[in-house]
Write a protein that binds this ligand. Structure first.
Ligand code: PLP
Length: 422
């Protein structure tokens, strides 16, 4: 008698052990639409993961898909390095008119390689070149990517160990609330900067996430961010906001730092900038920082033109008025109410909730519990991942375009999953 091979067998036998999401979600996905993914047997999963923030506008968004299909069908440029193309021009014009100008942001736009870590590497390299200093300050529990420069400013010990070489020229400082509010903000950082005996080389820049996504949905207060921006000015350090996960509307406004009223010197964007899940990233900086020589930083896949097309359609469709931001805030309030109910119903284990816009986290005292909740949620047809240094936080990142009903449906599954794992 022969038994049919497991639908996952080729992944198990051929794909590297490094694979991770397919372990937590052992299904073979086949298609997706809006806020739902479907496996090859047709089973639906409500997606509160949204491509780790790369699918803010849902899967196969029909408006963006139409623009992409039209572009491909007319033989628009697919690959063009950093050549001038009509697709890139349309994107730059929409980005200028819809995003930068209304916010009075003076940034120049650089297209690094297409992933988030490429934008972070470009930002760090530029800051070092401008200031002529090597040190960068980052924060506890930061996540900035997997290439060596980005890893050097990333907190997670497991990820850092993967580098296999010393990760140098990065110094971590306590993120907002890391010390439980027991010390005045930046006391330690400022002391080190001012003390000639501290051993801290003067940093070129400080890199920060306004909400730490991978670090466990740690939300920095606007006043903390303002104080950081002030400190950077006073101490002649550039401020880099890594908005790769929290930008593109995830926290409400297009840029997550808008609420704090700060203007970073350098901003990185990726994940949802193409709107469609196509690889694309940007490094933005104020014009006086644009000291690059032509070709000094390059990459074969800087000009992902199909991504420019969907990015332009995204800006034109969702960001030409303030509707997206209002809807995200309203949906975020809906999530907060549901999480408060979950927390109140489980006072013994006391899950803590935190978030902004449509990025939310539920932290469990028992560090294994979040993983159990995510597994149970998967069995009930909901995709949620965990984050935080020990995976102790259930992280909710639904598409911004999710309906109120779908959101309720997923939150009910989450409540059940929490109850069933207690
Ligand atoms: N920066 C932040 C804040 C991120 O959340 C991520 C990815 O999760 C990155 C950088 C790295 O992006 P990528 O995985 O596309 O290299």
């Amino acid at each position: 008698m022969t038994t049919a091979p497991s639908p996952l067998s080729v992944f198990d036998s051929l794909e590297s052990e490094v694979r991770s999401y397919c372990r937590g979600w052992p299904a073979v996905f086949d298609r997706a639409q809006g806020s739902r993914m479907y496996d090859e047997d047709g089973r639906a999963y409500l997606d509160f993961f949204a491509g780790a923030g790369a699918l803010n506008y849902g899967h196969n968004n029909p408006v963006l898909k139409r623009a992409l299909i039209d572009y491909i069908e007319r033989d628009g440029i697919t690959h063009g390095l950093d050549m001038a193309t009509t697709a890139k021009r349309a994107f730059l014009e929409s980005f200028q008119n819809i995003v930068l100008r209304p916010r009075d942001l003076p940034y120049k736009v650089m297209f690094p390689g297409p992933t988030g870590t490429n934008a972070v590497e470009a930002a760090l390299k530029l800051a070092r070149k401008v200031k002529g200093r090597e040190a960068i300050v980052s924060f506890t529990n930061a996540f900035h990517g997997m290439s060596l420069g980005s890893l050097a400013v990333t907190g997670n010990a497991f990820k850092r160990a993967g580098a296999g070489i010393p990760l140098v020229h990065g110094t971590p400082m306590p993120y907002d609330n890391y010390l439980g509010g027991r010390l005045p903000d930046f006391l330690w950082f400022e002391r080190l900067l001012e003390d000639q005996g501290s051993g801290l080389n003067k940093p070129a820049a400080v890199i920060v996430e306004t909400v730490q996504g991978e670090g466990g949905i740690n939300v920095a207060r606007p006043e903390w961010l303002r104080a950081l921006a002030d400190l950077c000015k006073r101490q002649d350090m550039l401020l880099i906001v890594d908005d790769i996960q929290m930008g593109c509307g995830r926290t409400g406004a297009f840029f997550s730092f808008e609420e704090a009223g700060i203007t970073p010197d350098i901003v990185t964007l990726s994940k949802s900038i193409s709107g469609y899940g196509l690889p694309m990233s940007l490094c933005l900086f104020t014009p006086e920082l644009d000291v690059w020589e032509p070709g000094e930083h390059n990459g074969t896949f800087r000009g992902n033109n199909p991504a420019f097309v969907t990015a332009t359609a995204t800006l034109d469709t969702y960001w030409a008025d303030g509707q997206m931001e209002k809807q995200t805030i309203a949906r975020g309030e809906q999530v907060e109410r549901a999480l408060r109910d979950i927390a109140a119903a489980h006072q013994d284990a006391g899950p803590q909730l935190r978030g902004r816009g449509l990025a939310w986290g539920l932290e469990f005292a028992d560090v294994n519990r979040a993983g159990s909740v995510a597994r149970r949620a998967f069995e009930r047809g909901l995709l949620v991942e965990t984050s935080g240094p020990q995976g102790e936080v259930v992280k909710l990142l639904p598409p911004l375009t999710i309906s109120a009903e779908e959101l309720d449906e997923g939150l009910e599954i989450l409540a059940l999953a929490v109850r069933e794992t207690s």
